[in-house]
Design a protein around this ligand. Structure first.
Ligand code: SF4
Length: 418
């Protein structure tokens, strides 16, 4: 028992560097066994270091034949090593699940011996959980780059989400810190798993009971800040992977330096600011849910995101010709581009317009960030006139939280903004 606890301490600690563990999207139901990936709701509780505490998040082993400079499990790192057996992972998962400690399993691994040897063990774990233990809880499996197609496809029948890490955003960055690896070994499994998912969706029309195959889709993760890619390069890669492989999520994980004197790591000794990760996630969100094209937010003339303001505000300040947006006549895609107005508020605005024209006091009651949005919109009672207030002044006012000298002026577009 002590031995298992020791392994758990080592292998759960080693797994905490992987942030790609959110678990929404699975439709797996309880079919007479234990657990229910959808009914349990799988709450996403993240600790400060990025761990999702509702999942048992572990590595099968932190032994690894590779020496990726950014990774705590690299073979040259002087850390305590451990490896679970297949049965130990199955027992732990079942015990923790029964005691209500967890709502699912997030399983990853270092690579011992070779990719197939490791993948075959991961497959045995998920198969045993589903077939022998009748476990219907959530499973997120990290697949092993370079593992054979057959093993990965078979694992897809038993897991909810699959992911495979890109590690560094670009091939050039990857070569700097992990010369033995390449992005092709990530692209291939993403491609054939995606093809299989699409094929099964097509079969749904003709086959009533099609097998579940990776029902919560695929994701990937990039380490940010270890190598010198710009935000434009990072988001270009994310955009391409979303489009080509139909990914559910791309995760951006700030590099955490651990016992490393590798001179190829650009951020050696320091961690990139957390706000950079946040800005990348916000950009990711704008691309997926707000109708922005990547080159609107980042382009060769603007390669890195502002850290002091969010990317939607940054875009708005660089595109004054788009504003002001008339709240009473604009369509939904234009309204969600107004800084301070999110998708829910935009829907409320569209609904409320059916009952009459909207005035400023009504907007203020709708939960929008009015002190930000006011600079970019007009309502029925906004006396708009163009004038001399420049965008850098708008930015100053917003960053001051409404306490700047401009606050005394009555309303955004009255202030002769654009
Ligand atoms: S292959 Fe994976 S576990 Fe092994 S050193 Fe590289 S990143 Fe770490």
């Amino acid at each position: 028992m002590e031995r298992i606890e020791e392994k758990l301490r080592i292998l759960a600690d080693a797994a905490k560097y992987d942030v790609s563990c959110s678990s929404s999207g699975s439709k797996r139901k309880n079919t007479g066994g234990i657990g229910d990936a959808s009914a349990s709701g799988i709450c996403h509780t993240y600790t400060e270091d990025g761990r999702c505490v509702s999942l048992l998040k572990i590595l099968l082993t932190n032994y690894c034949i590779y020496d990726c400079a950014f990774c705590v499990s690299r073979k040259s790192n002087d850390v305590q090593r451990a490896a679970f057996t297949v049965e130990e992972v199955v027992d732990l998962t079942m015990n923790f699940y029964r005691r209500n400690y967890i709502e699912g399993l997030f399983l990853s691994s270092g690579i011992f011996k070779d990719a197939d040897y490791t993948m075959e063990r991961l497959l045995r774990i998920v198969k045993k959980l589903r077939l022998e233990q009748q476990y219907n809880g959530y499973i997120h499996l990290k697949t092993i780059p370079g593992a054979s197609k057959e093993l990965i496809l078979e694992a897809g029948l038993y897991v909810d989400r699959m992911s495979i890490n890109l590690e560094m955003p670009t091939e050039a960055g990857l070569k700097l810190v992990a010369p033995e690896k390449n992005h092709q070994s990530v692209r291939e499994p993403l491609q054939f798993v995606n093809e299989k998912i699409q094929a099964l969706q097509g079969d749904q029309k003709v086959i009533k009971h099609k097998p579940l195959f990776v029902p919560a889709g695929q994701s990937t993760q990039m380490v940010i800040g270890a190598t010198p890619e710009s935000d434009l390069e990072i988001m270009n890669v994310a955009d391409e992977y979303y489009k080509n492989y139909n990914l559910k999520r791309v995760y951006y994980s700030g590099y955490i330096p651990i016992n490393n004197d590798n001179k190829n790591l650009s951020q050696i000794g320091t961690r990139p600011p957390l706000i950079r990760e946040n800005r990348l996630y916000q950009t990711d969100w704008l691309l997926r849910f707000y109708g922005f094209k990547l080159d609107e937010i980042l382009n060769p003339g603007f390669t890195d995101l502002d850290l002091d303001i969010d990317p939607k505000l940054s875009w708005a300040l660089r595109n004054p010709q788009f504003f002001p947006v008339d709240i009473n006549t604009a369509d939904y895609p234009a309204i969600i581009r107004i800084p301070g107005i999110g998708r829910q508020s935009a829907m409320k605005i569209i609904q409320a317009r059916k009952f009459g024209v909207l005035r400023e006091f009504q907007l203020k009651k709708m939960g929008i960030a009015y002190n930000r949005a006011r600079f970019f919109m007009v309502c029925a009672d906004t006396a708009f006139s163009r004038g001399s207030l420049q965008m850098h002044q708008v930015k100053h006012h917003i960053l001051k939280g409404g306490n700047s000298k401009f606050q005394s002026l009555p309303a955004a577009n009255q202030l002769s903004l654009f």
